[in-house]
Write a protein that binds this ligand. Structure first.
Ligand SMILES: [Zn+2]
Length: 610
């Protein structure tokens, strides 16, 4: 196995990713199976049906007609190609390789002689804030690198290199000084530099990062906040504007900082990430609280019902967190990535694997009107008019094994717990766990060199009372074991899986007086016809139920349910209305909601204990 992020040997990494890990079952393994079985093949069909491939054929002069769909249609093709590459690395199947080669040929045929490639844009770079030309290029580069690493094919890499050469010749100081309204080309260029050794790609990525915040978008007549162009990246102290744009930019900037050893840039990114976590992140790890502009809100503006929390923003958040982990070694970034992965991200795809949410609110009421293509009130959908999220889910799930472990000079750090194997530095480890349903993680040494090294296990921030080999270990740190390991050695980490009741700080007004339930890395939700009318009293049980939602731990709750009557005036003196009748309801992992139809759901429950 290989991975989407391979820092060069010169990169200033505190940790390096392990790219030979494999997920062998469990929750994440099941998601990967469904992704490979259902999502990747259906994505290929959708690209045909929605016109993405025809658009490229028209651009190549092979078909007549007008291209259709939004301006970033090509990017969906590239994200699918990236997903197909990682899926091929995970589970090689000849038909999938054949499909990748056929789609790659369609892409290659649409490329212009000078390297430019876009099937939608008529006049190049006239409207870069909106045209997504660099955005599509960035996704092409990521897909090309994936294909090269996962299959050995170089056809897409050659296309991406020609496009990157064209960008280097066209943009930068003394050439066209402009930036794309939607970042990602920064990450794409850095990864292409890592794959090809071409330093000018890294230089251009750095220029794109530093060019932001200097009025380039405003020159086109746009308000710059939406485009992450109000403040230079090095001076910014928070995240703002369109959430996906913001976190793609910071992830790309983190790549630049890793490869150039730019401590000032990394410091700015640490500040921004910390402010995002402290003031602009949902308990699910969801990012972006406004439908308006698909954007971050003001600090602590985190309404659960109107949360946007785009699935793509969770993808970008994980990518940013992972880069910060590699740069700093700070396990809190892995904690953040895990929260985003198991909640805000996984909620974006159905258990069957091929139906998606674009928007991931923390509450759905009865009687909501699905006023928009993206509205979760429709339930999960197979595709969207704006189809950014589905292939983004596919490429992320197919490459999840790249997020399991890291290394440094001392040894190996296990960052995410899933059953499977990890290989690095001449060491082979087998991980046996039913995480996140169970907190016991057993790591067995299958092979080890005859020297001392350190095995580090991330103890999540929530895991107070964790025990490693019988000894208490601190939550929010790595637990280290250093010795000369031998084949057959085994260690056992026990993470406490008690259900936690979580409250929000006083500034999160939207959920004051409410509790959320968490167990391990999972945030829970009550999905129940009476969800709009209940008040939480106590946790009564937690039991793994293999027949529920593909096998999840169901948390039983004692609640009071007030029968709903539409009142002429819903306000009244303190404590008005009846307390409601006692009842038991089940809470399920938030990621699994809306797999049995869509109905009332809430993560934050009014607290009836006081
Ligand atoms: Zn999206």
């Amino acid at each position: 196995m290989t991975g989407p992020l391979l820092p060069t040997t010169e990169a200033s990494c505190r940790l390096r990713p392990v790219t030979t890990a494999r997920i062998g079952g469990g929750l994440l393994g099941a998601r990967q199976e469904a992704n490979g079985r259902a999502a990747v093949p259906s994505g290929h069909e959708r690209l045909g049906a929605a016109g993405n491939l025809d658009n490229l054929r028209i651009a190549a002069g092979e078909h007549a007609g007008e291209p259709r769909g939004p301006v970033f249609m090509d990017s969906d093709v590239y994200k699918w190609l990236e997903a197909a590459a990682w899926e091929y690395a995970r589970a090689p199947r000849p038909a999938l390789l054949e499909a990748q080669r056929a789609v790659t040929a369609v892409v290659a045929a649409a490329q212009r002689a000078d390297g430019y490639l876009n099937s939608m844009v008529r006049e190049r770079y006239r409207d870069l804030p909106w045209s997504h030309e660099h955005y599509c290029a960035g996704h092409l580069m990521q897909a090309a690198v994936a294909q090269s690493r996962a299959t050995g094919d170089k056809a897409l890499l050659e296309v991406a290199v020609r496009f990157a050469d064209h960008l280097v010749a066209t943009f930068g100081p003394g050439r066209t000084e402009d930036v794309d309204g939607h970042p990602i080309v920064e990450m794409g260029l850095v990864e292409l530099y890592r794959e090809t050794g071409r330093r000018d790609y890294l230089d251009l990525a750095r220029w794109f990062v530093d060019a932001r915040g200097h009025g380039l978008i405003e020159k086109h007549g746009h308000e710059p906040t939406y485009f992450s162009d109000r403040v230079p990246v090095r001076e910014q102290t928070t995240v703002e504007g369109h959430a996906v744009r913001a976190v793609y930019l910071t992830a790309g900037a983190a790549d630049v900082a890793l490869e150039t050893g730019d401590g000032e840039l990394l410091g700015a990114l640490r500040r921004q990430f910390a402010h995002m976590l402290a003031t602009k992140t949902y308990v699910t790890g969801g990012l972006g609280s406004r439908w308006e502009g698909e954007s971050f809100g003001d600090p602590y503006e985190l309404p659960p019902d109107r949360a946007y929390a785009e699935t793509c923003a969770a993808v970008g958040g994980i990518q940013w967190a992972w880069r910060m982990l590699l740069a700093t070694g700070d396990s809190s970034y892995a904690d953040a990535a895990e929260r985003m992965l198991f909640n805000g991200f996984l909620a974006g795809v159905s258990l069957s694997g091929a139906e998606y949410f674009y928007v991931n609110p923390l509450q759905a009421r009865a009687g909501v009107h699905p006023d928009e293509n993206r509205s979760p009130a429709h339930g999960r959908r197979g595709w969207f008019d704006c189809a950014c999220c589905p292939p983004n889910v596919m490429r992320t799930i197919a490459s999840l094994s790249a997020y399991l472990a890291t290394t440094d000079d001392d040894g190996i750090q296990i960052q995410m717990y899933a059953p499977g194997t990890i290989e690095a530095q001449g060491v082979r480890l087998a991980v046996d766990t039913a995480y996140p349903w169970d907190g016991v993680v057993r790591v067995r040494v299958l092979e080890a060199p005859p020297r001392e090294w350190t095995l580090s296990l991330r103890v999540p921030q929530w895991a107070h009372g964790a025990v490693l080999q019988g000894d208490d270990v601190e939550a929010g740190e790595y637990a280290d074991l250093r010795r000369t390991w031998r084949a057959g050695d085994e260690v056992e980490l026990r993470l406490p899986m008690t259900v936690r009741t979580t409250t929000a700080g006083p500034r999160v007004d939207a959920v004051r007086g409410c509790v959320a339930l968490e167990r391990g890395p999972l945030v829970y939700a009550v999905e129940h016809p009476a969800a709009d009318d209940l008040r939480f009293e106590a946790v009564t049980s937690a039991e793994f139920r293999p027949g529920v939602l593909g096998g999840v731990t169901v948390v039983g709750l004692a609640v009071r349910v007030r029968e709903h009557h539409e009142e002429p005036w819903p306000y009244g003196p303190d404590g008005h209305g009846s307390p409601g009748a006692r009842a038991e309801v089940a809470a399920v992992p938030y990621f699994a909601w809306a797999n049995r139809g869509v109905g009332p759901m809430r993560v934050w429950l009014p607290d009836g204990r006081r």
